[in-house]
Ligand binder design. Structure first.
Ligand SMILES: [Zn+2]
Length: 80
């Protein structure tokens, strides 16, 4: 199963509700793009760490079992 972690920078202007909505939206988009994506060689799923702040672009850091798979996952995220 795809693992998604969030590292949100605190933003005093963003309410908890807005942050929760944003997290839901990002999670939904990542799941849609990656839910059935696993490494053909090792059978592992990736871990995505989304870093950023509300109202700004998020960075997606990908970790996985091997370099080749991480590269494939990054390529799919770039198309989001
Ligand atoms: Zn692999």
């Amino acid at each position: 199963m795809l693992r998604i972690r969030f590292e949100l920078h605190p933003d005093p202007d963003a309410s908890a509700e807005v942050e929760a909505l944003l997290i839901d939206e990002i999670r939904r988009r990542l799941r849609k793009a990656l839910d059935l994506v696993y490494c053909q060689r090792h059978g592992d799923f990736p871990t995505i760490t989304a870093r950023g702040r509300v109202g700004d672009r998020f960075d997606f850091h990908v970790t996985g079992c091997c370099h080749e798979f991480v590269r494939q996952v990054k390529w799919r995220i770039d198309e989001l």
